[in-house]
Every structure is written in structure tokens, then in C-alpha cells.
Design a protein around this ligand. Structure first.
Ligand code: SAH
Length: 396
């Protein structure tokens, strides 16, 4: 096999040897292996400065992450059976937790398949290909997915921002087989209709599965405010488990009308919905003297890039401040962040400052993360992105 070779600069191998999968462009010995000599997505053997093998991966000369490793030895054949093997292991990982038909089946680096995400909706797969390397291996990956899942259809939701950084176009809706406009998610005894083409992410947030159930337990007999509700996952799970009432807030009218349809289809009480910016809605609810016993805040990532850090942190703080004023004493405030650039200590700091703004005190009674279908790569902090704080908000 003749495979292109790429060399790390001296002393740049420690992180990769400890299991990390990325080599940054400034870590490459570009005199010995000029990045411009590679095609985006080309398979490479990666070596350290002494010529010792690090692994097999793919390169993108236009990306800050120059190489992503697929295997920790050089000359590993990247063929359909390689992908079948990795996908089977991903399937086994989820099976330990009883997850199979309604689950994220591949979570990129966490499953040692950097640049690939696969969400399963029963007989349908929704795939996101995030890198030039995975894009050039798409035929092999599709073959392996068909072999492993025998799906009725595969939809590519390749409208990811990250593809721009890789020099790839942003397209949705290319399909193998057939994928209907609406697919069904079964979770906690409910069936949710979601839109794989037009919904957020691939249509559903599997990463919050355990929290929807955990929050529902706190809501029995209580009134819930579900902010950033999307299609009503938290609200409907809580209503099904005995919540007294749920109010869902989202800026997306399409998401809230799906929430209503989903409530009706599951024979649940229909939540009150408020189509509005979350900050405006919280202010409006406070002005009209509304009170809640549980509030969930599950916003989109406020810190998408490192430079958003300060304003993003302040946005979490303000959100907590507004919400804490709406809680009875004591009341539960559940705050989530999917910002991968935000660590749990800084997140707790923003939570604490928000609670102070509202003139209240808090106890953090639980801290959670993403579910087991989003496995964390132990060497790659970015793969551990979801943080959920359960605060009990009291009088000072
Ligand atoms: N809690 C949901 C997922 C939330 S996703 C679940 O468990 O399924 C984030 C949601 O926030 C999206 O539906 C998006 O439409 C909404 N959103 C984004 N910015 C918003 C804003 N400023 N005000 C209100 N909703 C917003």
C-alpha cells in the first residue's frame, strides 16, 4: 500500500500518544511534509519526528485540525469492514444501556469515527458528515451503515456550520432509500413526531433523554416552565408523569406547533405555548406575576467559539437571573449548556451569579451530562459538552 505520509514536528507527539485523535496544523513538520501537498480528505499515515508510526487518519490542509486519526497504527486498511467493525462496537456500547432503535448510534470522536454522526429513528438514519475526510469515505460508510442497520432510508443532514471550515458545501436532504417528512422517536413511553429535514440538529436531542425523565420526576403535581422547549420533550414527558401544568417557550413556531400535535397524539393535556424570545418571555411572565415550581432552561450553545466566552457566560447568568425570580420558594431550576468551550466550574459560576441577581440563594443538588449514546473520548475534552445543573432555589 502506498499511502501519503505526514510528519509531526519534534516534541508534538505526546498528546497523540496519550490517545488524542487530532494533530493541529502548527504541530506538523511542514518542511518535511508540506500541508499544501495533500488533497483535502486524503488518507495519510502519521509519524512522529523520529519516524515512528502514530496512526492512520485523514488530512485537511485547510483546517486548523490538520489530521484526525481513524486508527492508532499506520497502514490500517480503511475499507467497508473497518467501518462495519467500528459501527458494530458503537452499537454494542449503546446496547449496554438498552439503547438501540431510538438513539445516537455514532458520536464522532467518542466512537473513534471523527467527523461522523449517525442518529437512528427506528428504520431511518440521519447522518451528519462533518469533515472532508469522512466526505471522501462516504460510499464506504454508507455501505457499512446499510450492512449494520438495514435501514429503510438514510438522510444526510449536511447543513453543518463546521463543514465551512472544511471547505465543504452545506446541503441537506440527500437520501438513500426513503425518509419521510416526519419520523417518530419513542422515548419514555411517548411517541414524538419530528422533522429530520427541517428540525434542529437531526430532528431530536437524544443527548437530553435522561434529563427529560429526571426532570419529569421533579414535576409530579407541579407547574413546569419549559424554556427553549423545541417540540416539547421536557413538557410532554413531565405531563405524562403527572405534572399539573406545563408552559413551553420557544422562538420557533414550527417547533411549538409540533409540541401541540405531539401532546394531542399522546393523549396528554396540551401545554400552553409561548412563541417568543426566551428573555422577553421570562420578563413578560414575571410582570404578570406568574410562578412556577420547576423551570428548565435548555438554550442553544451561547458559546459557539472561544471568542464568545464572555458574552456567552453573561447570557447564561442573565437567563438564570430572570428565571430564578419566577420560582416559588423553594423551586427547582434546571440549567443546561451544550457549549463545548464551557467547563462545569465556569458554568456553575454563571449559575451562582444569576441566582444572586435574583436576590435568591441556591443549592446544587445534582449535576449531569450527556447520555451514554454520546460517549466522551477521554482525551478530547470537546466531546464532553453537555452540562446540566439541578439547582434548588431558596430564599436568601
Ligand atoms: N429542550 C429541547 C431542546 C432545545 S433546543 C429538547 O429537550 O428537545 C434549543 C431550542 O431553543 C430550539 O428549539 C430553538 O428554536 C430555541 N431557541 C433558540 N434561541 C432562542 C431564543 N432566543 N428564545 C427562544 N427560543 C430560542
Amino acid at each position: 500500500m502506498t499511502r501519503a505520509e505526514i510528519f509531526l514536528a519534534r516534541g508534538e507527539d505526546a498528546r497523540l500518544r496519550a490517545g488524542h485523535l487530532w494533530a493541529f496544523s502548527n504541530e506538523i513538520d511542514t518542511a518535511r511534509s508540506p500541508l499544501t501537498s495533500f488533497a483535502p480528505g486524503e488518507l495519510v499515515n502519521l509519524f512522529d519526528a523520529k519516524g515512528q508510526g502514530i496512526g492512520t487518519g485523514y488530512v485537511n490542509p485547510h483546517s486548523l485540525i490538520a489530521v484526525r486519526l481513524l486508527a492508532s497504527e499506520v497502514d490500517v486498511a480503511i475499507d467497508r469492514s473497518f467501518f462495519q467493525e467500528r459501527i458494530r462496537r458503537a452499537i454494542d456500547t449503546r446496547a449496554h444501556f438498552g439503547l438501540a432503535r431510538f438513539s445516537r448510534m455514532v458520536f464522532g470522536e467518542g466512537d473513534r469515527l471523527p467527523g461522523l454522526v449517525v442518529d437512528r429513528y427506528g428504520p431511518h438514519l440521519v447522518v451528519q458528515v462533518g469533515t472532508a475526510g469522512m466526505e471522501s469515505l462516504r460510499e464506504l460508510i454508507q455501505g457499512a451503515l446499510i450492512e449494520c442497520f438495514a435501514p429503510e432510508g438514510i438522510l444526510y443532514r449536511n447543513d453543518l456550520e463546521a463543514r465551512k471550515l472544511e471547505g465543504l458545501d452545506q446541503r441537506t436532504s440527500e437520501v438513500w432509500g426513503t425518509v419521510p417528512e416526519r419520523v417518530t422517536v419513542e422515548e419514555a413511553g411517548l411517541a414524538f413526531q419530528v422533522s429530520p429535514r427541517h428540525g434542529q440538529k437531526t430532528g431530536w436531542f437524544y443527548d437530553q433523554r435522561e434529563h427529560r425523565t429526571r426532570v419529569a420526576r421533579l414535576c409530579v403535581g407541579r407547574r413546569l416552565l419549559d424554556v427553549f422547549s423545541y417540540v416539547g420533550g421536557f413538557s410532554l414527558t413531565a405531563l405524562a408523569q403527572g405534572a399539573r401544568e406545563a408552559v413551553a417557550v420557544d422562538e420557533s413556531e414550527a417547533a411549538l406547533s409540533l409540541a401541540i400535535e405531539n401532546a394531542e397524539a399522546n393523549q396528554l393535556e396540551v401545554p400552553r405555548t409561548i412563541v417568543a424570545d426566551a428573555f422577553d418571555a421570562l420578563r413578560m411572565l414575571a410582570e404578570s406575576g406568574e410562578r412556577f415550581e420547576v423551570i428548565v432552561l435548555d438554550p442553544p450553545a451561547f458559546i459557539k467559539r472561544k471568542k464568545d466566552f464572555r458574552p456567552g457566560l453573561l447570557a447564561y447568568e442573565r437567563l438564570v437571573g430572570f428565571a430564578a425570580r419566577l420560582l416559588v420558594n423553594p423551586g427547582f431550576l434546571v440549567l443546561a449548556s451544550c457549549s463545548s468551550h464551557l467547563g462545569v466550574d465556569d458554568f456553575r459560576g454563571a449559575f451562582a451569579r444569576g441566582v444572586r441577581r435574583a436576590g435568591r440563594a441556591a443549592k446544587i443538588v445534582d449535576v449531569g451530562g450527556q447520555g451514554p449514546d454520546h460517549p466522551v473520548h477521554p482525551s478530547i475534552p470537546e466531546t464532553s459538552y453537555l452540562k446540566v445543573l439541578y439547582g434548588l432555589i431558596e430564599e436568601r
